[in-house]
Design a protein around this ligand. Structure first.
Ligand SMILES: CC(C)(COP(=O)(O)OP(=O)(O)OC[C@H]1O[C@@H](n2cnc3c(N)ncnc32)[C@H](O)[C@@H]1OP(=O)(O)O)[C@@H](O)C(=O)NCCC(=O)NCCS
Length: 183
């Protein structure tokens, strides 16, 4: 898998030796609060190592990236190609260490990963969901061209708190128009 480079960031595959740094910044309930169950809290070294085994196999390694800023890992982004009746759809997630919030990194990464997905995979749609208390993720999705398509009321329980789930989507045809990619 190649790297993805943006103005300030490098998105690269997981390497042995990354686990300690990932655990250091990912072991944060404020992050886990907004993520699905595969992102646990606490997020200890052994949890990162378990996760690394999954993302390092050849089928997954081009779909999971660590995000590097000035030589240091600051977050992660990953996606999954859906199968069966959802073939052609991608779902994914992203997170950043708290020290790096509010500097436009998520927007930069999401824009890059959306381009990577539509340019490299046969995908017609990217789906995303946010928990209703996560205003910053909602803002990032909107800034990257996603539309809010609906709300599943009371669909989520995370660490004992119930909330709604907001559903977002970006279609390939919308991305082409946004990026002036229509021949
Ligand atoms: C959500 C998250 C990825 C955003 O990362 P980030 O690098 O801070 O995002 P950006 O800086 O690109 O953009 C965040 C936007 O939200 C805004 N924002 C931040 N806190 C906010 C709040 N409480 N309410 C509304 N907007 C908020 C910022 O001002 C910014 O918008 P702007 O550029 O128009 O000013 C990061 O906070 C995170 O990792 N959170 C925990 C995990 C998570 O939520 N992952 C996404 C799951 S869907």
């Amino acid at each position: 898998m190649g790297e993805i480079r943006t103005e300030r960031l490098v998105l690269r595959e997981y390497r042995e030796g990354d686990a300690a740094r990932i655990s250091e910044i990912a072991n944060n309930k404020k992050i886990a609060n907004n993520m699905v169950d595969t992102f646990p809290y606490p997020f200890l070294l052994e949890d990162v190592e378990k996760w690394a085994k999954i993302v390092s196999n050849s089928e997954n390694c081009d779909k999971n990236f660590v995000v590097v800023f000035e030589g240091e890992i600051i977050g992660g982004v990953g996606f999954k190609l859906e199968e069966g009746f959802r073939e052609g759809v991608v779902a994914g997630g992203f997170w950043f260490g708290e020290d790096y919030w509010g500097r436009g990194f998520a927007t930069e990464v999401l824009n890059a990963i959306v381009d990577y997905i539509f340019e490299n995979f046969d995908v017609r749609r990217i789906s995303a969901g946010t928990f209703s208390w996560n205003s910053s993720a909602a803002k990032v999705l909107k800034k990257c061209g996603f539309s809010k398509e609906g709300c599943r009321e009371n669909a989520v329980i995370r660490f004992g708190k119930v909330c709604d789930e907001y559903l977002y989507g970006l279609l390939k045809c919308e991305w082409e128009v946004l990026n002036d990619r229509i021949d």
